[in-house]
Design a protein around this ligand. Sequence first.
Ligand code: NAD
Length: 246
Amino acid sequence: MKVLITGAGGFLCRGLVIPFEESGAELRLMDVCDFETSHEKIIGDVSNPADVEKAVAGVDAIVIGHMASRQAGAYDEVELPFDANVKGTALLFAEAVKQGIKKVTLISSGAACSVDAKKQGFYSRDLAIGGSGMYGLTKACQEIIAEQYAREHDLTVSSIRTAYIHDMDSMCDKYGKKASEVNAQYADRRDIGEVTRRSLLLEGPRYEIFYALSTPEASTQYDVEYTHKTLDWQPQFTYEAYPRSV
Ligand SMILES: NC(=O)c1ccc[n+]([C@@H]2O[C@H](COP(=O)([O-])OP(=O)(O)OC[C@H]3O[C@@H](n4cnc5c(N)ncnc54)[C@H](O)[C@@H]3O)[C@@H](O)[C@H]2O)c1
């Protein structure tokens, strides 16, 4: 299977690719900024239709893993986050349909879920969406696009909701912040990669929501059991050696 991954130079995708590499998948990696890789690379903008057409040509599946940079002020305005997160996602789905690609997985977030629903204290798969703030708004829009394309175009689509993306080996997050203790929200990027890879093996058409978190206590706050069961997956990076915080 040849897989396009967008946002491939970013923190999540640099770890997400590892399970794909281990499984022998052929990869085409796309990012708007240059990055080091031994795989086929496309430097392009997901909000540019010509770049998206070129990126999607000839692949069997797409992983939407990009996001507009969190640089200071970027999410205070509409244009940048909507261009990358929302328009970019819609263009990728539209191009998938045009080119007959049936499998797409979106990297989403608990931030796509409505604030009221989150107050229940448990992230179920049927929470209403409608996140708070500009970031949450764009993540909710991405999920709406994903669900509609799956339904109207008979695609197999998964939205993978995760929380605090991390790397257990370095104990660092995307900003280089090092943790000494962990909680239910931690998700190692390689675990997210394996959930993503397995989601692309599902047969459809169907639309799925999967929670991808790494620690055993994640099941107290997120419906990870459905992910374990449906994808026959268990996290490999459970942070066993580290103390827990609440
Ligand atoms: N980091 C977290 O804790 C966290 C938590 C939950 C969900 N997520 C989700 O994970 C995904 C990846 O996040 P990340 O933390 O790796 O972010 P990141 O900023 O490290 O990586 C995002 C990548 O997308 C690229 N990009 C931005 N605009 C683009 C465009 N127009 N065209 C092509 N590429 C573009 C950037 O250059 C960057 O390399 C996002 O969907 C995000 O919502 C992240």
